[in-house]
Ligand binder design. Structure first.
Ligand SMILES: Nc1ncnc2c1ncn2[C@@H]1O[C@H](COP(=O)(O)OP(=O)(O)OP(=O)(O)O)[C@@H](O)[C@H]1O
Ligand SMILES: [Mg+2]
Length: 262
């Protein structure tokens, strides 16, 4: 089961949602893989901290290593699992991002490598019970690769009026990709993040989305400074503060999503 978390708008909570849902999944005993397709590497830093660039040559590592070998010698190809790292959490694994993803993108695009992530993940189907893919805030080669490789897409929505405008073009992009490359991709839900129940606008925006027929998840995530703190500490919020209100909302969201799969 592979979920991609995508919204081309920046800062809406893609990384926070990817890593925290994945951490819950791992804590439940499911072998869970996070794939960080964003050159910013925020999921990578969140889950394993700062990386020693000398010890880990960027081109041979993680997502970059995996893609790089698709344009190299066929004889030298390694199993996709050899690019996966362990994290400090049991059952939680990471295919880390790399600063070279930007320079690699043009070559991958020009050589039609858009299906290679899907192929690699098919090889890992037996290894991992759940895959969570974090994407960059762009509809680029990497986010398209992820939408092609995934079974479902979660769309974080941060309740401002610009977010609503960008949602329309986002849904158009997803629909076109479904039509052209992955008809089985399911829009699993719009995840309301940084919801403020005291203010009028967020509630109105969400109600409008529901009226327009968007599949809004019924669990909303509130704003909390604890989230930033957990990023700074390189520990998923759900591990760092297990009884915090926002953690409980993540657990509820997880149960909502997994409950529908049964
Ligand atoms: N529910 C929340 N409460 C408080 N802060 C949050 C919440 N969700 C996310 N944030 C904060 O908002 C910022 C953006 O979140 P995050 O990095 O998860 O978004 P993103 O969509 O992955 O961003 P980008 O598009 O840059 O990759 C971070 O500083 C994060 O700590
Ligand atoms: Mg991010």
């Amino acid at each position: 089961m592979k979920r991609v978390v995508f919204n081309q708008k920046g800062g809406v909570g893609k990384t926070s949602i990817t890593c925290n849902l994945a951490a819950i999944s791992a804590a439940r005993g499911l072998r869970t893989l996070v794939i960080d397709l964003d050159v910013q590497g925020n999921s990578t830093h969140y889950l394993v901290g700062e990386i020693d660039a000398d010890a880990f040559p960027a081109e041979a590592q993680g997502v970059a290593g995996l893609f790089k070998q698709t344009v190299g010698s066929r004889k030298m190809r390694q199993n996709p699992d050899s690019f996966v790292w362990e994290t400090p959490s049991e059952n939680l694994f990471l295919l880390p991002s790399s600063p070279v993803l930007t320079q690699l993108e043009k070559e991958l695009e020009s050589r039609y490598k858009i299906y290679k992530l899907r192929d690699a993940l098919e090889k890992l189907d037996e290894e991992y019970d759940r895959v969570y893919i974090d994407t960059p805030p762009n509809f680029n080669f990497y986010s398209k690769s992820a939408l092609i490789a995934a079974d479902t897409v979660l769309v974080p929505f941060d309740c401002d009026s610009f977010a609503r405008q960008s949602l329309y073009s986002l849904m158009e992009n997803i629909a076109e990709l479904q039509e052209d490359h992955n008809p089985d991709l399911e829009v699993e839900g719009i995840v309301i993040n940084q919801f403020n129940s005291q203010a009028r606008l967020p509630g109105e925006l969400v109600a409008e989305l529901e009226e327009e027929g968007y599949p809004v998840c019924s669990t909303y995530l509130n704003t909390s400074v604890k989230m930033k703190e957990s990023h700074r500490e390189h520990r998923p919020l759900v591990d760092m503060a297990p009884s915090h209100k926002l953690t409980l909302q993540f657990l509820e969201l997880y149960a909502e999503l997994e409950g529908r799969r049964r």
